[in-house]
Design a protein around this ligand. Sequence first.
Ligand code: ADP
Ligand code: AMP
Length: 246
Amino acid sequence: MGSSSTVDLSDIPSVDLMTELLRRIKCADKPDKRLILVGPPGSGKGTQSPIIKDEYCLCHLATGDMLRAAVAAKTPLGVKAKEAMDKGELVSDDLVVGIIDEAIKKPSCKKGFILDGFPRTVVQAEKLDEMLEKQGTKIDKVLDFAIDDAILEERITGRWIHSSSGRTYHTKFAPPKVPGVDDVTGEPLIQRKDDTAAVLKSRLEAFHRQTEPVIDYYAKKGVVAHLHAEKPPKEVTTEVQKVLSS
Ligand code: ADP
Ligand code: AMP
């Protein structure tokens, strides 16, 4: 990326430039926020993240998305992560801590971040807190997407994704305008390889055994807000907005 003086903006439509300008003006007044979204697979973290991101001008860092991109590109990180991901197990703490350490330094995270799917172990949480302490910052809020396991199989097996944007659909709860096609780009949607009832079982096991303790870890610091993630998406958004504005 060059500096602004070397970037040619003349071909960018005026409406896009104005929209970006207005976004930056709006963002200037927003308080910084460093958020963690914790919840089992299918609890709605990826659905709520873009709404929070736009409202507070944050970056959205989803370790699952980053790892899937690394697997698809067959990078050394992707090669190391693939086996555990296919089985629905967690990849090693060192791999994910490394990617987050790098990602939170990006300019788009200047006003804060939404960590979606990280930290997933207490070790990851401790490492994250060390990183933030070095920057003189800390986690402001942990949103706990509390939900009964029984609801998740239908959510997971009906999920369709637009992989390049991360946009998420559901055959029953959030169908695209045209089945199998992204509303915005018209590109095909995909289903994740691990979004099966069988792999979901291991993913839920990993969640209860390794990730739930992360909620207790942050509860002791007094920063956890519990959400009713079984409610319809709009009602969850209202709960999130209430928590974040308080
Ligand atoms: P996560 O990121 O926590 O794994 P997603 O946000 O991808 O979960 O949601 C999983 C699936 O459930 C998606 O297909 C999504 O469209 C759908 N979904 C998300 N939130 C809700 C909700 N509150 N009610 C019903 N379906 C939902
Ligand atoms: P997700 O997209 O959050 O459902 O994550 C998909 C898969 O990526 C998980 O089942 C894990 O194998 C791996 N993964 C994502 N985030 C983490 C993390 N923070 N720690 C360990 N493994 C992770």
